[in-house]
Every structure is written in structure tokens, then in C-alpha cells.
Design a protein around this ligand. Structure first.
Ligand SMILES: Cc1cc2nc3c(=O)[nH]c(=O)nc-3n(C[C@H](O)[C@H](O)[C@H](O)COP(=O)(O)OP(=O)(O)OC[C@H]3O[C@@H](n4cnc5c(N)ncnc54)[C@H](O)[C@@H]3O)c2cc1C
Length: 436
């Protein structure tokens, strides 16, 4: 029973029913299929299509961009040393006035949607929205042959020479039978979700709203508490997108398993409720807060940590703290090990673990599934341990791993090889590490 707090999952409801066997139509044959269109998946698809692969991107939401867009994230971090498509996305955002003035990190999520959709269209990516990858089929040689989806069109099968799981949760890999890790190796705690939102009417606000005092509440947290609501995230803060409009990060949803739909639903409903309470609390203070209003909440609650699929290499905390270098480096992660507490009894802020990151390489091998052939991972679900993931999970790295996976999968498909048979030097990836 004690565990229940950390693993909020749905209980089963009686014996199962038997579904009759049926033929599933194969609706398309591609070179590369990408499951999930977040920062990793959309960039993976663009890279694969540009490399000449017939590429299909399958996304369960009504928009690509994942936490960037459906999750209203508004920040793009660990980009300084990233080249390739990451730089193009940054440049496109800037060209369209998508960044907060004087800031190359806080962006307008509506512009991000359009940038990604356009880049996919121009690269020739075939996008299918509103479609959930729900199953996988393999041949007798343990090679992934089809992704199976559910949507308004019913159950469909999609064939490809190579697959990329960029679902954040490793859904395709798990369905195909890959092993994975989840959470802290001993405590089993895992990072909470956060629903992000955008607020307006804060133009008259003065002074800093976020100050970091170790494990003390942020200034904004104290303001919200003054209005009568203690937010579930101790470090509540604003990210100003343009005058009067900001992204708000004020909520933690603890212990909800990200691959349990009932748990995710409960977390989503509770988080949205909390955000409405928080904004109302601020408005009730009057003065600088009198005009604040909730413009939009995320369609998708933001998940930080989910399945980490076993790959040919597992990025470790030792790699992150010693500044590991690899010959097959696809990018260099520089962000701190940013682990939000999974246990609100300890803190509702960030876990202090005393680990310091030295910029470290992410090797291509950690993007290649160990247990199933013809499958790669990109983004949050690549192969790493809990602490290393706390650093590389940030979106600059997610997008860079997407580009590497897309190029590798395209080349493997074109030359009728498996991803692990492609030599890193053949990819022509920009050298990892140096500032762009
Ligand atoms: C609250 C929060 C704050 C963050 N703050 C920052 C920050 O300040 N800076 C920063 O750079 N990063 C930040 N991050 C991290 C950033 O969001 C991730 O790095 C990034 O989203 C990871 O990209 P991804 O593509 O791997 O996963 P996601 O963004 O989660 O994208 C996964 C995509 O796959 C889709 N999908 C999932 N399952 C399926 C399926 N079965 N079938 C089809 N589609 C599927 C989802 O709908 C989604 O579009 C934050 C994350 C959270 C949650």
C-alpha cells in the first residue's frame, strides 16, 4: 500500500474479453516510420525525408511538436552547441518573431507549431495526426516490420524498413518487446508531470517573479500562496513570451505512471483544476495581478520521465559527470542533472543530488534498440540511466538525437542494412560539442 503513492495506476476491472483474430490492412510501405512527433520525432522525420527516405510521421495529438506545442512548454534549452536542424528551427523562430525579445530560449508555441509543420511539409514528410501507435509486428528474425495504429480510421498497419520510436514513452519499442528501465533504480521514484499554461494580462507586473533560494519557495510561489493557494511546484515561475503574456510553470503531478492512460487522465484533470485555482488566486490579490487571465492550458500534460528503452549502449551518470567522449557522438549534452522531486514529502522542488555535469557525449549506440532489430529511439526514451536522463532529457538534445536517428534510419533503409550496420562516419553529422 505504501508504494501506491508513487505508482498511481488504474486497477483492472474483471476478466478480459477475447477479441476475434482479424486481418489488419497494411495501408502504406515506407522507408522510415517515426512514432511520435515531438521535438525528437519531428526533427527525426525531417532529417530522414531530407536524406531521401519515404518518411511517415505518426502522432497521437492534433499537432506536432509534443511538449513544445501540445504541452505549451515555451523553452528551448541546451541549444548553444547544437548545429543542424536545431539551428534551423531556432533561426525560423527568430525570423518570425517567435522568441521573447532579447532571449533565445523562450518561444511562442503557436509559431513553433507552424515552423515544424512547414519544415515537415518542405522536406516531404507524410504526417498522420490523431493516430496512436498501439502495436507492433515482427518477423521471425526479430526485426520490426509494422507499426499498428488506432484512429478514426480503425486499426491500420504500416510497413517500413526502419522505425524510430520518438514517443517519449517508448511505446513502439515496448509493444515490440524491448526491455526498458523506469524511474530511480532503488527508490523507484520518478519525476512528476507538469501541465504548462499561458497567461495574459501581466503587463503591469514589476520586479522579478522568480528567484532561486535553494529549497525555499520561489517569489512567485509566495505570491500565489498569498492569494490562498500553495502551488504543488515550489519553484513556480513565469517565462515571459511577449509583453503581458507568459508561460507559467507552477504545477507538479506526483506519482502518475506515464504509460497508464487512467493515471494520465487523472493527472491532467487535477493539474488543469489547479492551474485555474492558481490564476484565480493571483487575480484575487488585485494590484499588479488584477488583469491576469488564463489564456490556454496544455492539451498534453508534460511528462519528464518515462520508459528508457534498452539500447546498444546505456548513457550513465558516470558519463555525465566525467564528461564522456565517444567516437559515435551525435551531440553533447551540457544541461545540469535536473531532477524534479517525485516525492512531495521530501520536497516539491528539485532534488539536490550533488552531481555536477561535465558536458558529455550521447553516442549513436544509445539510439539503437538492443532487443529488436530495425528500431531506433530518439528523445526522452533513448537508452540511459535515471541521472544521465535528468540532463539529456532537455529538448536541445531530444531534437539532436532525432536528427541523428533520422539520418541513420534513412541510410539504413536506402542501403538495405540495419541501423547498427551503418558506420557513424557515413552519416556526415556535424561534430558534437563546439558552440555553433
Ligand atoms: C514541464 C516540463 C518542462 C520542461 N522544461 C524544459 C525547458 O525549460 N527546456 C527544454 O529544452 N526542455 C524542457 N523540458 C523537456 C522537453 O519537454 C523534452 O526534452 C522534449 O519534449 C522531449 O522530446 P520528445 O520528442 O522526446 O518527447 P515529447 O515532447 O514528449 O514528444 C513525444 C510525442 O510523441 C507523441 N506520442 C506519444 N505516444 C505516442 C504513440 N503511442 N503514438 C503516436 N504518438 C505518440 C506525443 O503526443 C508527443 O507529440 C521540459 C519538459 C517538461 C515536461
Amino acid at each position: 500500500m505504501k508504494r501506491r503513492h508513487f505508482f498511481q495506476t488504474a486497477a483492472g476491472a474483471g476478466a478480459g474479453i477475447r477479441e476475434p483474430a482479424r486481418e489488419i490492412p497494411v495501408v502504406e510501405e515506407d522507408d522510415v516510420i517515426v512514432c511520435g512527433g515531438g521535438p525528437a520525432g519531428s526533427v527525426a522525420a525531417i532529417a530522414a525525408a531530407r536524406a531521401g527516405a519515404r518518411t511517415r510521421l505518426i502522432e497521437s495529438q492534433g499537432v506536432i511538436g509534443g511538449v513544445w506545442t501540445a504541452g505549451l512548454l515555451t523553452e528551448f534549452s541546451d541549444t548553444r552547441n547544437k548545429k543542424g536542424i536545431v539551428r534551423e528551427v531556432l533561426a525560423e523562430l527568430e525570423k518570425r518573431g517567435g522568441f521573447a525579445a532579447g532571449d533565445y530560449g523562450t518561444f511562442d508555441p503557436e509559431i513553433m507549431k507552424h515552423v515544424l509543420e512547414r519544415m515537415c511539409r518542405e522536406a516531404g514528410v507524410k504526417v498522420r495526426l490523431h493516430t496512436l501507435v498501439a502495436g507492433a509486428a515482427k518477423d521471425s528474425g526479430n526485426r520490426l516490420t509494422h507499426a499498428v495504429t488506432e484512429s478514426k480510421s480503425g486499426r491500420e498497419a504500416w510497413a517500413a524498413k526502419c522505425f524510430i520510436d520518438a514517443s517519449g514513452d517508448g511505446d513502439l519499442a515496448a509493444r515490440a518487446g524491448c526491455g526498458f528501465d523506469f524511474g530511480h533504480p532503488e527508490t523507484r521514484e520518478f519525476q512528476p508531470f507538469s501541465m504548462r499554461c499561458v497567461v495574459g494580462g501581466i503587463a503591469s507586473m514589476e520586479g522579478p517573479v522568480f528567484t532561486d533560494h535553494g529549497q525555499q519557495p520561489s517569489t512567485l510561489w509566495k505570491e500565489i500562496a498569498r492569494g490562498g493557494v500553495g502551488p504543488s511546484y515550489l519553484k513556480s515561475n513565469f517565462f515571459v513570451i511577449r509583453p503581458g503574456v507568459a508561460g507559467l510553470m507552477a504545477n507538479h503531478a506526483y506519482g502518475f505512471v506515464p504509460f497508464d492512460a487512467e493515471a494520465v487522465t487523472r493527472a491532467t484533470l487535477e493539474a488543469r483544476e489547479e492551474l485555474h485555482r492558481i490564476v484565480a488566486a493571483l487575480r484575487s490579490l488585485g494590484g499588479n495581478w488584477k488583469d491576469i487571465w488564463l489564456a490556454a492550458t496544455g492539451e498534453m500534460i508534460g511528462m519528464r520521465e518515462s520508459r528508457r528503452i534498452h539500447g546498444l549502449y546505456t548513457v550513465t551518470v558516470e558519463d555525465a559527470t566525467r564528461g564522456a567522449r565517444f567516437e559515435d557522438a551525435v551531440c553533447r549534452a551540457t544541461y545540469s542533472i535536473d531532477i524534479h522531486s517525485g516525492n512531495p514529502k521530501r520536497t516539491t522542488g528539485i532534488v539536490r543530488h550533488g552531481l555536477r555535469v561535465k558536458p558529455f557525449d550521447i553516442p549513436l549506440r544509445s539510439l539503437i534498440a538492443r532487443d529488436v532489430r530495425g528500431l531506433m529511439m530518439a528523445g526522452r526514451c533513448i537508452s540511459g540511466d535515471h541521472y544521465a536522463h535528468g540532463s539529456y532529457r532537455i529538448s536541445g538534445n531530444a531534437a539532436a538525437t532525432g536528427e541523428a536517428a533520422g539520418r541513420t534510419a534513412a541510410l539504413a533503409a536506402r542501403t538495405r542494412r540495419l541501423p547498427h550496420e551503418v558506420k557513424f562516419q557515413e552519416l556526415g553529422l556535424p561534430a558534437a560539442g563546439e558552440p555553433a
